[in-house]
Design a protein around this ligand. Structure first.
Ligand code: ATP
Ligand code: MG
Length: 809
């Protein structure tokens, strides 16, 4: 097979150009006669940078005198020549040790003397050979050699590799940018595995040492493996470079496309006569800039940009970016508007109108307003309302706005991770916009605004995209916020006249420096009675309106409201209460609309058919009353809650098993509780495992305040006496049996009240917190104060004392 036209047309070989005097063709350059070669000897032509393979045609160039003489000798006598790669291509005078000792022999089928004394050969590689020894006595290299026969091993392992190589080679050819079309066909037509391996090794673009390695691999299977490895490595590289090439092209195409589209758009606008508008537009912007009350430096900045816009001409992407920017600039409330003086009496009326109860909080708000009234330029603290959902944080903010005649705007900070959401993106960024503070200012249209930063406890911790908290700090700090800089605006904006109010569910997650700038006002949640009042005075009225009912058309009885509060919602706030009232009234609305009744009364007994079965009922009766169960009180970010701690004994080996999503602190306090509880029984616990479970709710529970409850559950289990069902408890325990104080007394007592538990056991050292507990809860609940764990056992289990004394503290 003739691959000649398919091979690279570069001449390779011994092209150092230091040829001797041979300028004519081989036939005319017969030099001095040389002695004939022995039968098994070949003239050897060293090659600087080519490996000749059997079954291939190779174009070579020779230059060194000895090589030229050797080639001429071979041509003249129609001998095969042997071609060997030299180890160091730079070396001019080669001796046998400079050469690899395996090469390919074959006739020189063409010999051309070119201009400048170069000698070009075309060699037909035929057979591998190994050098046996080099011989002396010739003006060129001569060696005795042993031919290496072409292995034609048959068998599945050769066949499999043959097919794989063929496939890979065809794939690689497809990836080559300039491969001749016939090449794939040639490869497909080869039916000898050895020939395919050599052919591929010949054309593949790898180092000569690697080619030589293939040449020296006589075993066919190994040779095929090596070629396959080379081809697949090459293919990967080719694929990658092709992919990169395509990506670059795609990117380029897209930009071109955008350019073309913009150009077309411009033409269309021109056709429609919209192009002319740009001057009117600029005129308008100019007026807006003059009328916006910009501070002098911002004004200069804006006028400079306007000039730039004028020069730019319309249509381009940059034009519209700059125009949008100037629009933003002119639409912000730069001019200080006259502030309506704060009327405290009026403010009190508004606050009372919108919210029931919350006396302490309203008083605090009025104080705050009074200070602002007396010292409007002073640096008043930022109010922060903290409490569970639905207790009225947002709506208090709205009331404050109403009471002070300000505009209310809200910025939701929950889930904000990126500083740029607060401070904006630089204009160089595609699709850049101002951050949400500046956006809120534009919406407000005045700096006489109450700007509520909602859920400030839920901003992300910052990191890769900058820290949102540090941007907020700048917003809230009176020392800095008269010069707030948004990345998009890139000029200072004065926020000092804005009244900021923050809200949060929990305090802990508000970054410290932020918390320091705020005055915290806690809204703990409502008692049952308060909720019923809120429902009566506000929620029912609102829901009537929302559902298109007149007050005389619907009558929600007190017992219905009570049942909704008690059996259908268990929450600190009133959001679900309002929702359930809404559902009940929708039921009424349907009947009225259908003309079935003039006025519909909803009583407690009707609720199951309207709202479904009661949701929070009798859990207490179901759970308590058995040995091993105690009712704990827990604090959660959404208000207090009760939780049942259950302990049981199973055969085992004295282990403590804990289940129900418990945090580490709770696990430790369970361990401590068990250690203490063991003294209440004389039974051996070596043959049992104690299992403590904290069910109800999928929220992870942590904190040590369940210590007393766990302890009582365990004592109850070990003594076989149930804990009184009418007590709930909270308190940390020390290993020496002391009951330690805990937090969240207010929320926890409210939770007990909501659940209908009349007795609450609390650490003695929390007695001082009782004043925070709403009066209703104080009146309705009985408090048992604990100094030591024995007090708890005594009251709740009625047990006299430990079965055996443990080291008393
Ligand atoms: N004391 C109250 N008097 C009258 N209505 C109230 C009172 N407390 C809450 N509400 C009403 O309850 C609803 C929920 O209140 P709001 O949206 O302010 O809750 P929030 O504390 O902001 O909750 P979240 O943390 O989920 O945002 C509002 O419609 C609000 O008017
Ligand atoms: Mg809210």
């Amino acid at each position: 097979m003739n691959y000649w036209p398919l091979l690279q047309q570069t001449w390779s070989g011994d092209e150092s150009g230091r040829a001797g005097g041979a300028k004519s063709s081989a036939a005319s350059s017969a030099g001095a006669p040389v002695k004939p070669l022995p039968k098994d000897a070949l003239v050897i032509i060293p090659l600087r940078n080519a490996v000749v393979f059997p079954g291939t045609l190779s174009p070579l160039t020779v230059g060194r005198a000895a090589s030229v003489a050797a080639a001429q000798e071979a041509v003249k006598n129609e001998l095969q020549a042997g071609f060997l790669l030299q180890r160091d291509p730079q070396k001019a005078d080669v001796v046998p040790s400079d050469l690899y000792w395996v090469g390919t022999a074959g006739p020189i089928v063409r010999y051309i003397t070119g201009q400048e004394g170069t000698h070009h050969l075309v060699v037909q590689g035929q057979s591998r050979f190994r050098i046996l020894e080099f011989l002396e006595g010739w003006p060129f290299l001569v060696a005795r050699v042993a031919m290496v026969p072409q292995p034609e091993t048959e068998g599945p392992e050769v066949e499999a590799r043959f097919l794989q190589l063929k496939e890979q080679a065809i794939e690689a050819i497809g990836l080559l940018p300039h491969a001749p079309d016939e090449l794939a066909g040639v490869v497909r037509g080869i039916d000898s595995p050895a020939a395919l391996a050599d052919m591929v090794a010949n054309v593949i673009d790898v180092k000569n040492e690697e080619k030589q390695d293939i040449l020296e691999t006589f075993d066919l299977v190994r040779r095929l493996d090596k070629v396959i490895a080379l081809v697949s490595a090459r293919t990967e590289v080719l694929k990658l470079s092709k992919e990169i090439g395509e990506k670059t092209r795609a990117h380029f195409d897209e930009r071109q496309r955008e350019h073309v589209l913009r150009e077309q758009l411009r033409q269309i606008q021109k056709e429609l006569g919209e192009g002319e508008d740009s001057s009117a537009e600029i005129e308008e912007l100019k007026k807006a800039i003059e009328g916006a009350g910009l501070p002098s430096d911002v004004l200069k900045h804006a006028q400079r940009d306007l000039k730039r816009l004028q020069r730019m001409g319309d249509g381009g992407a940059e034009y519209s970016m700059l125009r949008t920017y100037l629009e933003w600039l002119t639409e912000l409330p730069w001019k200080p508007q006259p502030q309506q003086p704060i009327d405290l009496t009026q403010a009190r009326v508004v606050l009372d109108e919108d919210h029931f109860g919350l006396d302490k909080i309203k008083r605090r708000i009025l104080e705050y307003l009074a200070v602002r009234k007396l010292n409007p330029e002073g640096k008043s603290p930022i109010l922060c309302f903290v409490g569970p959902p639905g207790v009225g944080k947002t709506s208090l903010g709205q009331s404050i706005a109403r009471a002070t005649g300000r505009v209310f705007q809200r910025v939701a900070l929950g889930g904000v991770h990126d500083e740029a959401e607060i401070r904006g993106h630089r204009r160089t960024y595609i699709g850049a916009l101002p951050g949400n503070i500046i956006q809120a200012m534009r919406r407000a249209g005045t700096t006489n605004t109450v700007l509520m930063l909602d859920e400030i406890d839920k901003t992300g911790a910052g990191g890769f995209h900058g820290d949102p908290a540090s941007a907020l700090l700048e917003v809230l700090d009176p020392e800095q916020n008269h010069k707030f800089r948004d990345n998009y605006l890139a000029v200072d904006f004065d926020l000092s006249r804005v009244m900021f109010i923050c809200t949060a569910n929990v305090l802990d997650t508000i970054p410290g420096p932020l918390r320091d700038r705020m005055e915290i006002i806690q809204l703990p949640g409502y008692t049952e009675q308060e909720k019923i009042q809120i429902a009566r005075r506000y929620l029912v009225r609102r829901q009537l309106q929302a559902n298109g009912l007149r007050p005389e058309q619907a009558n929600l009885t007190d017992s219905a409201l009570e049942s909704i509060v008690r059996d259908y919602t268990r929450e600190a706030g009133v959001r679900n209460l309002e929702r359930e009232i809404g559902s009940s009234l929708r039921h009424v609305a349907v009947q009225v609309a259908e003309g079935k009744a003039e006025c519909v009364t909803v009583d407690a007994v009707d609720l199951p058919s309207i709202l479904g079965p009661r949701r929070f009922e009798n859990e207490l009766a179901l759970r308590s009353g058995m040995p091993g169960v105690a009712t704990g009180l827990a604090w959660t970010p959404v208000g207090g809650d009760i939780l049942f701690i259950e302990a049981s004994k199973v055969p085992g080996s004295g282990r403590l098993i804990l289940t129900g999503q418990l945090g580490d602190v709770m696990k430790e306090s369970a361990q401590a509780a068990l250690t203490l509880a063991k003294t209440w029984t004389s039974d051996s616990l070596e043959k049992v495992d104690i299992h403590v479970h904290v069910p109800a709710g999928a929220t992870p529970k942590d904190g040590p305040s369940a210590g007393v409850a766990m302890f009582l559950a365990l004592v109850s289990l070990l003594t076989g006496k149930p804990v009184r069902p009418d007590v709930a408890m909270t308190g940390e325990i020390s290993l020496r049996g002391l009951v330690m104080p805990i937090g969240g007394v207010k929320e926890k007592t409210l939770a007990a009240l909501r659940a209908g538990i009349p007795v609450v056991m609390l650490p003695r050292r929390n007695e001082k917190d009782l004043e925070d507990v709403p009066a209703e809860a104080r009146e309705k609940l009985r408090f048992v104060w604990l100094d030591r764990i024995e007090d708890a056992v005594h009251y709740a289990i009625g047990d006299s004392g430990p079965a055996h004394e443990q080291t008393p503290s």
